[in-house]
Design a protein around this ligand. Structure first.
Ligand code: PEP
Ligand code: MG
Length: 950
């Protein structure tokens, strides 16, 4: 009984491989463990240990910027974080940047390494930097009549949109708010700013959730009988501020902090603390960002976009982040502060007239309403793009007509846009072809390789939103991120539907096939995060009425409940009822140009793993240069063949087996004919039978019946034979070449089928066809020698029968540690090696590939393994064996052909490793061929894989 259970469990080998055919999601699985998470929970900073203090003293912890100069620069990204480095760079360029300072990422690392304490000397550096800001601005932190207010923002090395917390208007208290009112001449503005500060600070730093404050505000509006914030006056805000403070006191048992230095201290600690919050950890896990990179803290003089109708706040992209078109693109909000645009709470206006007209908006564009400021913004953006030689994503604020730059960074973009921008920039002579090739994240090509809705298909469009992230996705509607995760975990495709998303939803967005929101622009959280993840997204579909409580949404007369299927098209913004048929993408234009450059720059060839004409054809279309692995056992699963295969397996003797093999031979021959035709002279590697036998054994009574009928053997005898064949651990059982050793007639039949097909196609195409015959699971030289003899004999026979001269290679997979170690003697016989890294990983780590899922995630989360070794090569262990095999194999045979055909052949990080150890080719599933072509080019250009700068 126990035996049976085990055998069953191991059964999905073939299934598992087949399932992997569409591109896997390697990046998502590359989880890096949080650094010392326990430390984050410990409270109250204490003095650092003396030794750490001494070591720390030499370093500089705070870097100032503003007023046309900075102590930092763009190149110091690792130390200052992306935001800090670019603020410094913009200051150095003389652009209008509110002055401020950056507390380095090393402080964050120190903080977590030293029981949440700060390095000695940091406070003094903050004092000096703050004094410099005061001098530039002409205001004083905490001053009653002329107070300096600051923002406190996080800024990691890699951009983490929405992940880290921000505090604005810091420095306001009961006294300075009056100073701000006098200084600005706008009491309403001052108290509005103060209540925003109390809410944000309480939420982010003190842990008093924003809902507490929203409730107070709503009640106040109700009492007053108004619905908009703009209907409230200074007296209202003053009263609300009092109620907010009372709420904080009630929740915390102590008053809201009034001393600006205490406020600043709290905010800095909160930013460092938020590096370890769940949202940040999830984002890092998804994007492979190491926890020890840390975040910097940026403290910067406040500028206000909410000082009336000549003030505004906005975001802009120097090119369209969705299409890559070289057209300035952006959104802004008049009289708004801070994160209002990105948060997607109000639907923003367009910056340019062109964009406004394109979408048919009636709201004035910035180009119309603030002409001069708009022109200055354009000048600055052009300059930044030329300076960084990349598309920039910019945040700005206009305070009473004066433009301030708050951030610039290389903008996130869709894969389609990334390719267009890179190709256009080569044409503009801004970057080289090699640079263009290295700028595209190989895994992101996945977005382009996926089907889009068939334009001829009937579809019932129920709503239209913004085309926020391309591609089409169908799935069952869920309204909650947790449900998305649970349903997806059960294998159900889901579309996450939200009014708007927030960073708390990130795990659900990741689990979903697509994301649909009712509110928010193309720079809203949902849009930005979906693009980064490569998920289709439609945002701002304003016609949706979503009722979370009832788990239902209505659109006009349509009602869509949780579990109903919809399709979203992130390229058009359409929301469609039901599932829509899709068509394959067109891989031409800029994509073709970029791939051509990649092909010119790469050294390794790219082949595909394919056994059906459909897969082989798809792979050719994607640029495969041959077949690196044709798993012949996969050809046996078809209903018309399986009976003959079972007959062969269950045969009691050689004669019985040969009768069955005679039935299989013509089918195999036809398979190979088709593959040789499609590959038209390109190399085709045919791997001989390698099934854990249990995968083919009859399972149901009907299966036994069919075999009994075909063979004339009674069912009881067949069942007895089936029990004889049962194995405790089929993955390490009678599979691979061990089958060929016991039953050489099986491999003889396969060799004959290959050679007869090669002879026929060579004649038909009038060109030579050179099959590469690959023997699986070889551990010893003798095994390969014996199998080669079988192949050679078949070749000789077919050549004699057909009168055709045939060339062919016989090689082996390296998928057992012994084979890697004894590679030298194995290469004396084998003419090529192909690393079967699925089995090599399984056998090196001793982790069953069928049973790994239940615990591997835990291993990765705990930092024992850097990634799932079945998705991304364990370069330290499995990689070392590969390196040994390469060296020893080439000692015996200098021209030994070397490839890889495990799943890792389509994983960019593993491809870097293959380039480094000098493999000749990688082979992967058809949909990953373009990814592999690009990754191989990048590996040839860079050799070392750069750490992810997601
Ligand atoms: C491998 O082991 O890496 C391989 C390609 O063979 P299979 O997955 O068929 O065992
Ligand atoms: Mg294998």
């Amino acid at each position: 009984m126990a035996k049976k259970a085990k055998a069953k469990k191991a059964a999905p080998k073939a299934k598992q491989v087949a399932k992997k055919k569409p591109a896997a999601k390697p990046a998502a699985r590359r989880i890096v463990a949080a650094r010392k998470p326990a430390a984050a929970k410990r409270a109250t900073p204490k003095s650092p240990p003396p030794k750490a203090k001494a070591a720390a003293r030499k370093r500089k912890w705070v870097y100032a910027f503003g007023d046309g100069k900075a102590e930092g620069a763009a190149a110091m990204r690792n130390l200052l974080g992306g935001k800090g480095a670019n603020l410094a760079e913009m200051s150095n360029l003389g652009l209008p940047v509110p002055p401020g300072f950056t507390i380095t990422t090393e402080v964050c690392t120190y903080y977590y390494d030293n029981k949440q304490t700060y390095p000695a000397g940091m406070d003094a550096e903050i004092d000096a930097a703050l004094a410099r800001v005061e001098k530039i601005v002409g205001a004083k932190f905490g001053d009653a009549s002329n107070p300096l207010l600051v923002s406190v923002r996080s800024g990691a090395r890699a951009s983490m949109p929405g992940m880290m917390d921000t505090v604005l208007n810091l420095g306001l208290n009961d006294v300075t708010v009056q100073g701000l009112a006098k200084q600005s001449g706008d009491e309403r503005f001052a108290y509005d700013s103060y209540r925003r500060f109390i809410q944000m600070y309480s939420d982010v730093v003190l842990g008093v959730g924003h809902e507490n404050f929203e409730e107070i505000l709503e009640l106040h509006k109700e009492d007053k009988g108004v619905s908009l914030d703009t209907d409230l006056d200074a007296a209202d805000w003053r009263q609300i501020v009092e109620e907010y403070k009372t709420k904080v006191k009630e929740k915390l048992g102590k008053p809201f902090p009034q001393a600006p230095r205490d406020q600043l201290k709290g905010a800095i600690a909160a930013v460092f603390g938020s590096w370890m919050n769940d949202r940040a950890k999830t984002y890092r896990a998804i994007h492979g960002i190491p926890a020890d990179w840390g975040t910097a803290v940026n403290v910067q003089a406040m500028v206000f976009g909410n000082m009336g109708d000549t003030s505004a706040t906005g975001v802009a992209f120097t090119r369209d982040p969705s299409t890559g078109d070289n057209s300035f693109y952006g959104e802004y909000l008049v009289n708004a502060q801070g994160e209002d645009v990105v948060a997607g709470i109000r639907t923003p206006q367009h910056i340019t007239i062109a964009e406004k007209q394109k979408v048919g908006s009636r709201l004035p564009s910035m180009e119309e309403s603030m002409g001069a400021t708009y022109r200055e913004l354009r000048r600055i953006c052009d300059r930044l793009e030329r300076h960084y030689r990349d598309m920039q994503d910019i945040e700005f604020t206009v305070q009473r007509g004066k433009l301030w730059m708050l951030q610039c960074r290389s903008g996130k973009r869709t894969a389609k846009a990334a390719i267009k921008i890179a190709v256009d920039m080569v044409k503009q002579k801004l970057i080289s072809k090699a640079e263009a090739v290295t700028r595209i994240e190989p895994a992101s090509l996945d977005q382009l390789l996926h089907p889009t809705p068939d334009p001829k298909a009937e579809k019932q469009v129920i709503a239209k939103g913004l085309a926020a992230s391309p591609g089409a996705a169908s799935g069952k509607v869920v309204f909650d991120a947790h449900d998305a995760e649970t349903w997806a975990g059960r294998g159900e495709p889901v579309i996450l539907v939200r009014v708007e998303t927030s960073p708390e939803d990130i795990h659900g967005m990741h689990a979903a096939k697509g994301i649909l929101t009712a509110r928010g622009g193309t720079t809203s959280h949902a849009a930005v995060v979906a693009r980064g993840m490569g998920r289709p997204c439609v945002s701002g579909a304003g016609a949706l009425r979503i009722d979370y409580r009832g788990q239902v949404m209505t659109v006009g007369t349509h009602t869509v409940r949780q579990g109903d299927t919809i399709t979203i098209d992130g390229s058009t913004g359409e929301v469609i009822l039901g599932t829509v048929p899709t068509i394959e993408p067109e891989l031409s234009g800029e994509f073709g140009t970029l791939m051509q450059w990649a092909d010119q720059l790469r050294r390794m060839k790219v082949r595909t793993n394919a056994e059906t004409p459909l897969d082989a054809g798809t792979a050719r279309k994607f640029g495969a240069e041959g077949i690196g692995l044709c798993r012949t056992e996969h050809m046996f699963f078809e209903a018309s063949r399986i009976a003959a295969v079972r007959e062969m397996i269950l045969a009691a003797d050689k004669a019985g087996r040969e009768r069955a093999l005679a039935k299989i031979l013509p089918m195999q021959r036809q398979d190979f004919v088709e593959l040789f035709r499609i590959m038209a002279g390109l190399p085709v590697t045919i791997r001989f039978l390698d099934p854990p036998l249990h995968e083919f054994l009859p399972k149901t009574e009907a299966d036994f019946d069919a075999v009994a009928k075909a063979t004339g053997v009674d069912i009881a005898t067949l069942k007895h034979r089936e029990r004889q064949l049962e194995e405790a651990n089929p993955m390490l059982g009678h599979r691979g070449c061990r089958l060929g050793i016991t039953y050489p007639e099986i491999y003889a039949m396969q060799a004959r089928a290959v050679f007869e097909a090669a002879a026929a196609v060579a004649k038909e195409l009038k060109r030579s066809v050179v099959p590469e015959i690959m023997i699986p699971l070889v551990a010893t030289r003798q095994e390969l020698e014996m199998m080669k003899r079988v192949v050679d004999e078949a070749a000789k026979a077919v050549m004699a029968e057909t009168g055709t001269k045939l060339s062919y290679l016989v090689g082996t997979m390296i998928e057992l540690p012994r084979a890697a170690l004894r590679a030298r003697e194995i290469a004396e016989v084998g003419e090529f090696f192909s690393f079967g890294t699925n089995d090599l990983t399984q056998t090196t780590l001793g982790i069953s590939r069928d049973d790994a899922a239940s615990f591997l995630d835990d291993y990765v989360a705990k930092g024992i393994l850097p990634a799932d070794p079945f998705s991304s090569l364990d370069t330290a262990g499995v990689g070392e064996l590969m390196q040994i095999a390469v060296e020893r194999g080439r000692q015996a045979r200098r021209d030994l052909k070397l490839g890889i055909c495990g799943e890792h052949g389509g994983d960019p990080a593993s491809i870097y490793f293959c380039e480094k150890i000098g493999l000749d080719y990688v082979s992967c599933s058809p949909y990953r061929v373009p990814i592999a072509r690009l990754a191989a080019a990048q590996a040839a250009i860079n050799k070392e894989k750069p750490a992810s700068e997601a």
